[in-house]
Design a protein around this ligand. Structure first.
Ligand code: ATP
Length: 276
């Protein structure tokens, strides 16, 4: 019997520390090789089983987020086969390259599994390429079209500041502007990184192949990256996903907070975080 008690879930932001586009399948999906981590900032959800699905979107980033069947949380309830009353408290910017919608949908699937005692039905990738990795949010290497997930051993403590300059970048447009879809993958085996500085140094040998086309489509992303790279505490600055959110890695939370305080611009979303 499904319980009608509300289940609370946290939907963390997903950050692509690297994102190599390594090919394109005949069905048009792009092949990726990406190092994914999760932040301690995210959306908050309350999910209760119900006779029909209803979504209400609240919170500081609710503006413009659909509260109907277009919302991925609604699609997640449909996928699970369990109508639900969902309150989505939105803190993450939408269409921002940090997987907000996918992480929300994964949180609904976890909540419904808990409420019903049933397991999450297979085929969650149909809800989005980022969805499978968001189901058990932990550092992982993502390959294929997002379905090949290799969890990584615990990472060293890494901190970052996330910066979104308030422009929405549509993922399909970024892929369409990509010059080549056939780029080299990351190294076949990943090392263990003893600390954030070593990880950042290693990441310098990796890329986000979507960064150049996104910067062309939204030049303000280039401005964000330039400002982040000028900060003395910044170990490495890069864009996440298809943008526009960028991150600067630091060795301590205090350093991430120092950059955040210095870089704040009205209209920009600036958030110090710890990554796991
Ligand atoms: P990714 O990193 O997977 O590309 P993203 O951060 O770029 O994700 P989302 O935040 O998932 O993108 O939003 C993409 C679009 O999906 C938005 O423009 C919005 O209209 C729609 N959308 C559907 N469900 C949600 C949701 N739960 N939260 C935010 N946007 C949603």
């Amino acid at each position: 019997m499904p319980t009608e008690r509300p289940v609370q879930e946290f939907a963390p932001a997903k950050i692509n520390l690297s994102l190599h586009v390594t090919g394109r399948r005949s069905d048009g999906y792009h092949l990726l090789d990406s190092l994914v981590v999760f932040a301690d900032v995210g959306d908050h959800l309350q999910v209760t089983t119900a006779s029909e699905t209803r979504v209400s979107v609240t919170g500081p980033r609710a503006d413009g987020v659909p509260d109907d069947a277009r919302n991925l949380v609604w699609k997640a309830a449909d996928h699970f086969g369990q109508p639900a009353d969902i309150t989505l408290d939105k803190y993450l910017p939408a269409a921002a390259g940090i997987g907000g919608g996918s992480s929300d949908a994964a949180a609904v699937l976890r909540a419904l599994a808990q409420a019903t005692g049933r397991s999450i039905p297979p085929g969650t990738d149909r809800l989005g390429a980022d969805l499978p990795v968001c189901i058990a949010p932990q550092a992982a290497r993502l390959q294929g079209v997002g379905e090949l997930i290799t969890p990584l051993p615990p990472l060293p403590a890494i901190h970052a500041v996330l910066v979104n300059p308030g422009v929405e970048v549509a993922t399909p447009k970024v892929f369409a502007a990509l010059r080549s879809a056939d780029n080299p993958p990351m190294f076949a085996t990943l090392p263990q990184w003893p600390d954030a500085a070593t990880l950042a140094q290693w990441l310098r040998g990796t890329r986000n192949d979507l960064e150049p086309p996104s910067v062309i489509l939204a030049p303000v992303i280039g401005d964000v990256l330039t400002r982040l790279r000028r900060q003395p505490e910044c170990l490495l600055a890069r864009m996440s996903g298809s943008g526009a959110t960028c991150f600067a890695l630091t060795t301590t939370r205090a350093r991430a907070e120092a950059i955040a305080a210095r870089i704040a611009v009205p209209g920009w979303w600036v958030q110090p975080v710890t990554l796991t």
